[in-house]
Design a protein around this ligand. Sequence first.
Ligand code: SF4
Length: 209
Amino acid sequence: MTECDPVKISERIISLFPGNFPEGRRSSDPFQILISTVLSQRTRDENTFAASKALFSQYPDCDSLSDITTDDIKYLIRPAGMFNQKAKNIISISKIIKEKYGGVVPEKLEQLLELPGVGRKTANIVLFAGFGVPALAVDTHVHRISNRLGWIKTKNPEESEFELMKVLPENLWGPINVSMVDFGRNICRPQRPLCEKCEFTSCCDFFKM
Ligand code: SF4
């Protein structure tokens, strides 16, 4: 394994940015992980935390969330933005889980993808964080960095997910997401990455260009 091997670099990024699962999405309850991940879409971690905390203080589970209207929760989740759509999705998700799955979050990717507002990234986060299943959640950070490093050549996060699964072993799929997000926010930023602070310059296609 060379120093530029994706596995080696991934392990190094994980050790440099051990990255806890963001506050607000940290829970041992797959249902709360699912709902807080829906809340986290297109917003900052601190907003997700505020919205999740307010929501779960009054409606902590599938039962309580499936028997209400959007007006009951919109004001609670307002900090997360897009609160009308998110409230609608959260209530629909809760109803489906209650009626179709007996109140238990399903453990299969295909089942999660059928829930409103749940895309591949959200579903993969739930699989890994909620059930410990190897699942690779690819967001813009993971997509951008793995392309810059030259591990893959892809046009969008979904394509990256499939290509990265060929490059990285299963045991890294879950942990790499949060660590790469932190690496992407702090060093390999979308605009003007801090390459002078990066230890992977000799392995990086973007840096060599
Ligand atoms: S060298 Fe620059 S572009 Fe390449 S991974 Fe490091 S920070 Fe990102």
